[in-house]
Design a protein around this ligand. Sequence first.
Ligand code: SF4
Length: 325
Amino acid sequence: MEKLINEVTERVLGGGKITLQEALKFIDIDCNNIEALNLLFDGANRIRDKFMGKKVDLCTIMNTKSGKCSEDCKFCAQSSHYKTGIDEYGLLDYDKILKRAREMEEAGAHRFSLVTSGKGMKGKEFDKIVEIYRRLSKDTNLKLCASHGVITYEQVLKLKEAGVSMYHHNVETSESYYGNICTTHTYQERIDTIKNLIKADMNICCGGIIGMGESREDRVKMAFEIKGLGVKSIPINVLNPVKGTPMENMEVLEPSEILKTMAVYRYIIPDCYIRYAGGRIALQDKQNIGFKAGVNAALVGDYLTTVGSNIEEDKEMIKKEGLEV
Ligand code: SF4
């Protein structure tokens, strides 16, 4: 295994590619094989350094419309199909959003994303969110990201014109596993949205969730599928099983399994942001290791329905690992 890791690392550093078979071998490394894991993490770190440098991208999100979603994504606390007891509210007013945006800007975030529950936005509600972005562009220096579900080409153009520079839309998992996590919309509908973003030349943030019962092979397949979409940022969430959802009893992934996945993603897609996202608390005191194993971006602050990280502590941790915030 050591020989293969060294060979693939040199190849990727030289501009070559890892094959699907090699990535499958890497993700199957036994979590007790510390020597091989360390070599893999070190290789991913060198690849990150060569293709992306030392800069770490920090983003924050704000849940600006919560709950009552018609869809049945089995991991999601906001689906109306499950009783999870989360706070439910309609689209927030601009003043509340601006207050949070300014707090995040002062705390050192680079990107600020508004997220809304639901399959997509239409009509007056969509016009309202466009107006919110237009005002945020004037009132803050934050780069604005958006996450509002499925979206048409015309809607993407409107968001761009209002100052949105990146749109977030996950594939969530591999195409072959997708039917196990959602039945109310298809993997193809997600891809169609991504095609609309590509057509409108919008930067794309697209990743998924690991730990939903999928195989390691599914995780690798998801990375190759995302690679084919040409995205700039890949948020990797770790399932945080929410009580009341069909996934409430799912076992949380082990830290070394999560870190190994992040490293393999770096080998597959050397030149993008591999982003820590929701659920990284599962790494416990090993969160810093990710920044030495290919990770170069993080969602900081609170997540959609769960409390997240402390931004100052994240910045300290990143600097300690020799990276730049
Ligand atoms: S992930 Fe999005 S579309 Fe799916 S249930 Fe949650 S809010 Fe709805």
